[in-house]
Design a protein around this ligand. Structure first.
Ligand SMILES: Cc1ncc(C[n+]2csc(CCOP(=O)(O)OP(=O)(O)O)c2C)c(N)n1
Ligand SMILES: [Mg+2]
Length: 665
């Protein structure tokens, strides 16, 4: 096949030049292609893939695995291979890395067939929901079906061509399967297109049947040339911008809701300039935290169910919400109760149409940085009233005083209904409050260090309380809030930013679910500082359960007792010993001073460290004065549930549909 030419039957057209080809397996061609891909944004080019995370099984060891080995021996920089411990965790690592790199660089993840592949499903959903790029290459059962049924093959009676990998379709931004070598080129091109498209990026899944991976083919050499994928910055339409300007000028109490899209667009400075020029304050989503640093005059901090009282009070009064790069998740909108003005309208700046149209907003489908810069220019001279500035500044100062108090509650009497009383009670029992832990980590970390978290009570408390001093200093995965992201994600953050210390805040429940990548951190000499917060169970869900009348049922890590219920002694889990078994230094602390000292030790070293601290599960963070819609049983024999249902219905009545479009003349 090498060197074939084509000519027309009539013989009048001169023959095309011969196509230069190279004979490689499908797997070798894939690895060579991926190593040559680059992204480009604002003229800066970088490799699209930092490397390939993988776990080999019979589905990929001889195909993709052989190709990776060959690449490592012949061209080590092409696509460096990193062995992970759990397929889901590897996707988290890749996704966290991509987030720190503002979606311009990510990892490939290679797995075996069957369980190795489907272990990635949760990670795929997380990537797609968070709009973060990752390339998943699950192996698949034979295309030629010669040896079926294979080990780990799903034999469905209703279809011969369905495999477990079809489960990736609903959770992927792009899905393809390379049944035969010729399909590789369009599959790879489609994958790159979606990975580098800011509006549709997410998990991109390309399945490789075991037999196809090792088949040979003559590939045009151009396939392996350096290829650069431009990351688009769609510009706002002039007419739409003009309408947005009109709506913003008419607003008396406008509020920006800043989401992750502000970071991905590199719009942090443009946002600050817009807010400083107009005086419009900003509430931040989990992904949008850090878009303004915590002490910026227009920064009201977290918004929504886990927001600050300042953001939420301003949100309740706002007549205009300018959503920038936000998905408006239920945590951001307090399940559609945060924005209470009857005439509230929305302007949504988002590169993704699916987000820009939400809440009946004026839809500006465009890049955040370009749009903000244009708006700042068009709004020159416009500023909100001083009375409004005074109001949000005072609310913000009140919240900052709350943070200062819970960071350092001072001396109190155990049992006293105050932060000092709660802290004193915890100390009496050899525990800290989680608020104190957050305060100590914040105060002993450098401004550029990164805090990482995902699930439990910690993300909400961090959202409210963490003083973010650098745009990239806050990394909480809250699109999927996936227990198990913490350590694996922290690894990805540290790999992406070796010049920053990374603090992984992880609860005992999330640690137990997936601490596996501590082994990978040790293997790769990647320093992460894990703060393991032991409170013997699911404090977050326990508190939620109690507030919903379900009495913390089934949320504590206790023995089944004589009553037949989970109310015996605490389980004797020694998570500090467990962490030490990974070959890590573990420092146990029980006072704020010890915690501070441990952080200093960890920061001074170069190896991963785990700091183990026990906390009081009943000492909650300060209230957001907000709500989250979690339905309560309509009928129950339990009085606690009946009472919770009454409260639920009161909140539910405040839920809004937001169907009114912004009024412009
Ligand atoms: C994979 C996964 N399973 C279940 C949940 C639901 N969930 C959210 S928080 C939580 C408990 C987390 O426990 P822990 O890490 O100890 O944190 P704590 O609540 O004690 O702060 C659970 C079960 C989830 N978010 N992710
Ligand atoms: Mg816990």
């Amino acid at each position: 096949m090498s060197g074939t030419t084509a000519s027309s039957p009539g013989g009048t057209t001169p023959p095309s030049p011969p196509v230069k080809t190279v004979r490689l397996t499908v797997a070798q061609a894939t690895i060579n292609f991926l190593g040559a891909q680059h992204s480009e944004s604002d003229g800066v080019e970088q490799k699209l893939f930092a490397g390939c995370l993988g776990i080999f099984g019979h589905g990929n060891v001889a195909g993709i695995g052989q190709a990776l080995l060959q690449a490592e021996l012949e061209e080590p920089e092409l696509l460096p291979y990193v062995l992970g411990r759990n397929e889901q965790a590897m996707v988290h690592t890749a996704v966290a890395y991509a987030r720190m790199k503002e979606r311009r660089q990510t990892w490939v993840v290679s797995t075996s067939v069957g369980p190795g592949a489907t272990n990635m499903l949760t990670g795929a959903a997380l990537a797609t929901i968070n709009r973060l790029p990752v390339l998943l290459l699950p192996a698949d059962t034979f295309a030629d079906r010669s040896a079926s049924p294979l080990l780990q093959e799903l034999e469905q009676p209703y279809a011969g061509d369905v495999t477990v990998n079809d489960a990736f379709r609903p959770v992927s931004s792009y899905f393809d399967r390379v049944w035969r070598p010729e399909q590789l080129v369009p599959a790879l091109m489609g994958a790159m297109r979606v990975l580098t498209d800011p509006a549709t990026t997410g998990a991109v899944t390309v399945c490789f049947p075991q037999d196809v991976q090792v088949q040979e083919y003559d590939w045009p050499v151009e396939l392996f040339e350096r290829r650069v994928w431009h990351i688009a910055r769609p510009l706002p339409e002039a007419r739409v911008l003009a309408r947005a300007v009109e709506v913003i000028r008419a607003a008396k109490r406008p509020l920006v809701v800043a989401g992750g899209g502000v970071h991905y667009s590199g719009a942090v400075e443009a946002l600050a300039a817009f807010c400083e020029a107009t005086g419009i304050p900003v509430g931040q989503t989990q992904a949008g935290k850090g878009t303004l640093v915590y002490d910026h005059p227009q920064c009201l901090g977290a918004i929504g169910s886990t927001g600050t009282t300042a953001s939420n009070a301003i949100a309740a009064e706002a007549d205009l919400v300018i959503g920038i790069g936000t998905r408006y998740s239920d945590f951001t909108t307090a399940s559609r109760t945060a924005f209470a003005d009857p005439d509230v309208a929305f302007v949504n700046i988002n590169v993704a149409g699916i987000d820009a149209v939400k809440q009946s907003g004026l839809s500006v489908v465009a890049d955040a940085r370009e749009t903000l810069t244009a708006l700042t220019g068009l709004l020159a001279g416009h500023h909100v009233d001083q009375a409004y500035v005074d109001r949000y500044t005072a609310l913000d100062a009140e919240w900052e005083a709350t943070v200062a108090e819970v960071y350092d509650p001072g001396e109190g009497e155990p049992g006293e209904d105050s932060e000092a009383g709660r802290a004193a009670y915890a100390h009496e029992h050899g525990l800290l409050t989680q608020n104190e832990v957050i305060g100590a980590v914040n105060e002993h970390s450098d401004p550029r260090d990164v805090v990482v978290c995902a699930a439990g009570s910690m993300p909400g408390d961090l959202h409210k309380l963490w003083r973010t001093r650098d745009p990239k200093g806050y990394h909480v995965e809250y699109g999927y809030s996936c227990m198990g992201y913490e350590v694996a994600g922290g690894l990805g953050v540290a790999m992406a930013c070796p010049d920053r210390d990374v603090f992984v805040m992880v609860g005992d429940g999330s640690y137990l679910m997936m601490a596996t990548e501590l082994a990978t951190a040790v293997q790769e000499h990647v320093k992460i500082i894990t703060v393991l917060v032991q409170n013997h169970g699911y404090a977050s869900i326990g508190a939620l359960s109690e507030s919903l009348g379900s009495q913390r049922f089934g949320t504590r890590y206790r023995y089944r007792g004589d009553s037949g219920r989970l109310d015996g002694d605490f389980l004797p889990l020694d998570l500090a010993a467990n962490a030490a078994s990974f070959g890590l230094e573990v420092i146990k602390v029980s006072t704020v001073a010890e915690l501070g000292d441990a952080i200093k030790v960890a920061k001074a070293g170069t190896d991963p460290v785990v700091i183990y601290v026990e906390t009081d599960p009943f000492a909650d963070g300060p209230s957001s004065e907000s709500w989250w819609d979690v339905p309560v049983s309509a009928t129950s024999t339990l009085e606690s549930t009946q009472q919770a249902r009454v409260t639920y219905e009161e909140h539910k009545a405040r839920q809004r549909l937001f169907l009114t479009p912004p009024r412009t003349s």
